[in-house]
Design a binder for this molecule. Structure first.
Ligand SMILES: NC(=O)c1ccc[n+]([C@@H]2O[C@H](COP(=O)([O-])OP(=O)(O)OC[C@H]3O[C@@H](n4cnc5c(N)ncnc54)[C@H](O)[C@@H]3O)[C@@H](O)[C@H]2O)c1
Length: 471
C-alpha cells in the first residue's frame, strides 16, 4: 500500500522505515527541510538500534523523503500523522501541529483516504481532525479518521514497532479498520516473522501480535491511560524504594517478591531517578487536563508527578549527604539521555540533575555514548564533555550514574577506581551490586538499597565472628 507518514521524528521515522520493511511504499514528510535533505543524503538523525539498517535497505526504493505534504497525500491511501504534541503552559497537549497537517491534507484529498493519528493526542482529537478536514471542503465520504496510537520505546523503537505487544486500531467504520488491518497484516498473519531478513526477534516477544479494534475515542484513551499507568508504576516503586532506604531493606528483593505476582509482573519495577523523556511528563499532564475538562479530578496523577519530582530531589540530597558541601566539587556524570539506547534528552532527569548540580557550584565532566551532542546545546556552562566513562571519572570527587546504558554496567572497576580522586559512586540506576562495589574499594550509594563501603563491609564481616566468640 502507498502510505504517507507526516513528521519524521522519533516516531514518524521509525514507523515509516518499518512500514517500508513490511512491504509498503512510504513517503516520509517533514516540514524541516534540513531534516529532509539529511535523510535524502543518507544521514540518520536519531540514535536508534536497527534504524540505520532499515533506512539503508529501503531509501530510494520503498522509502522516499519529501517536504511536499499535499503531493504525498495525493499519492497515498493512508496518511499517518506523527507530528509533535508538546505541552502548552497549562499542561494541555498543543494540537496546533496536528491541526495544521489536517488542514493541508484536506486540500489534497483525491479519492478515499484514511487519516490516522499516530501522534499521542487527547480523546476527541479524531472528531476535531474530521471537522477540520470537512471545514476545508473535503467531501464527507472521501475519508475516515482513525487513531492508531504508538507504544514504541525509544532505545528499542524498531524492535517494539515490529514486535508489538498489541496493535490498537481505533476506527469508527469497518472500511477504515480494513485498511489498517491490511497495513499491519504482515505482522498479524506472522508472514514478516518468517522472513530471513526480518529484524531479529527480541526475548519474550509474542508473535503474531493481536490487533485490537476499538472506537477512535477508546484508542485515544488507551494511549493516555497506558502511559499514565506506566508512570504510576515507576512512581510507586520509587516510593517503595524510599521506604526500603529508611528501614534498611533491599528494593530489589522487594521487587522480586512483588513482581513475581502475575497480576503485577516484574517489568517497570526498577527504581531510579524518576521518569522523563518526551512522553510521560507531557502525557500525564495532558491526561489530567482531559480528565478535568470531562469533570473528573484525576488526583492520582498529581501524586504520580509529585513523587517523580521528589525522586530527583532525593537523589540530590543523596549527593549532598555523600559529599557534604557541593560548591567547587568536581563530579563525573555517566549518562545524559533520558534512558539508555537513545540520544533523546527531552525532559531527561539526568540533564535536570546536572543543571541543579551546576547551580550549586559543581563542575561536571559528563559522558554519554549518544546524547552528548544534543546535551551541549542545553548544558552550556559548568559542564565539560568527556570522551569516555573513565575520562569523566578522572580526578572527580565522585561519580554519578544517571542513565542505564549497558556500557555503564560493564565498567572496569579497577580502572575506574584508579581514575577517581575519591572512590565514591552514586548510582541513580542501580547498575551494580553494592557488595561488589565495596569489595572493589568504593563507597557506593544506590536507590532503595543500603549504601556500601569497604569499612562497612569489613565491620559486617567481623560482627558475626564477635557474636560467636561471646557465645
Ligand atoms: N518519542 C516517543 O517515544 C513516542 C512514543 C509514542 C508516541 N509518541 C508521540 O508521537 C508524536 C511524535 O513524537 P516524536 O518524539 O516523534 O516527535 P519529534 O519532535 O521527534 O518529531 C516530530 C516531527 O514532526 C515534524 N513536523 C512538525 N510539524 C510538521 C508539519 N506541519 N508537517 C510536517 N512535519 C512536521 C517535525 O519537524 C519533527 O521532525 C508525539 O505526539 C508523541 O507524544 C512519541
Amino acid at each position: 500500500m502507498r502510505i504517507a507518514v507526516v513528521g519524521s521524528g522519533y516516531v514518524g521515522l521509525v514507523a515509516g522505515a518499518c512500514f517500508a520493511d513490511l512491504g509498503h511504499d512510504v513517503i516520509l514528510v517533514d516540514n524541516d527541510q534540513q531534516k529532509v535533505s539529511a535523510l535524502r543524503s543518507g544521514q540518520v538523525p536519531i540514535h536508534e538500534k536497527f534504524l540505520p539498517e532499515l533506512l539503508q535497505r529501503h531509501r530510494g526504493k520503498r522509502l522516499e523523503f519529501s517536504g511536499d505534504l499535499q503531493a504525498a497525500v495525493r499519492a497515498s491511501s493512508a496518511i499517518f500523522i506523527a507530528v509533535g504534541t508538546p505541552p502548552t503552559e497549562q499542561g494541555e497537549a498543543d494540537l496546533s501541529y496536528v491541526e495544521s497537517v489536517a488542514r493541508s491534507i484536506s486540500a489534497a484529498i483525491n479519492g478515499y483516504k484514511i487519516v490516522v493519528e499516530k501522534s499521542t493526542v487527547p480523546v476527541y482529537t479524531s472528531d476535531w481532525v474530521r471537522k477540520i478536514i470537512l471545514r476545508n471542503a473535503a467531501p464527507p465520504d472521501s475519508f475516515d479518521v482513525a487513531s492508531n496510537p504508538e507504544f514504541l520505546r525509544e532505545g528499542s523503537a524498531v524492535t517494539d514497532f515490529l514486535y508489538p505487544d498489541r496493535i490498537v486500531v481505533g476506527a469508527d467504520s469497518e472500511r477504515c479498520a480494513a485498511v489498517l488491518r491490511q497495513i499491519y497484516a504482515p505482522l498479524t498473519d506472522g508472514s514478516y516473522y518468517g522472513r530471513k531478513d526480518a529484524i531479529p526477534r527480541p526475548d519474550g516477544a509474542h508473535i503474531p501480535p493481536p490487533l485490537i479494534v476499538t472506537s477512535a475515542k477508546s484508542a485515544e484513551l488507551i494511549k493516555h491511560a497506558s502511559n499514565a499507568f506506566l508512570a504510576m508504576k515507576i512512581s510507586f516503586v520509587n516510593a517503595v524504594a524510599s521506604i526500603c532506604e529508611a528501614v534498611g531493606a533491599n528494593v530489589e528483593q522487594v521487587c522480586q517478591g512483588i513482581g513475581s505476582d502475575s497480576r503485577i509482573g516484574p517489568r517497570f519495577l526498577s527504581p531510579g531517578i524518576g521518569y522523563g523523556g518526551s512522553c510521560f511528563p507531557k502525557d500525564l499532564m495532558a491526561f489530567r487536563s482531559v480528565a478535568r475538562e470531562c469533570g473528573y479530578e484525576f488526583r492520582l496523577l498529581d501524586e504520580v508527578m509529585r513523587i517523580n519530582e521528589e525522586q530527583r530531589q532525593r537523589f540530590l540530597r543523596k549527593v549532598r549527604n555523600a559529599l557534604w558541601t557541593l560548591r567547587g566539587k568536581r563530579l563525573g556524570v555517566l549518562g545524559l539521555a533520558f534512558k539508555g539506547g537513545t540520544d533523546d534528552i527531552r525532559e531527561s532527569p539526568a540533564v535536570l540533575l546536572v543543571q541543579a548540580l551546576v547551580q550549586e557550584g559543581c563542575q561536571i565532566a559528563a559522558y554519554d555514548p549518544a546524547a552528548s551532542q544534543r546535551a551541549r546545546e542545553v548544558l552550556t556552562a559548568g559542564v565539560d564533555f568527556a570522551a569516555s566513562a573513565y575520562d569523566a571519572a578522572a580526578g572527580a570527587d565522585a561519580l554519578l550514574i544517571l542513565t542505564e546504558w549497558e556500557e555503564f554496567a560493564a565498567l572496569d572497576l579497577k580502572q575506574l577506581h584508579s581514575k577517581l580522586k575519591y572512590p565514591i559512586v552514586i548510582d541513580g540506576r542501580n547498575l551494580y551490586d553494592p557488595r561488589v562495589m565495596a569489595a572493589h574499594g568504593f563507597t557506593y550509594y544506590s536507590v532503595g538499597r543500603t549504601s556500601a563501603s569497604p569499612e562497612a563491609q569489613a565491620a559486617a564481616a567481623s560482627a558475626p565472628a564477635r557474636k560467636l566468640k561471646k557465645s
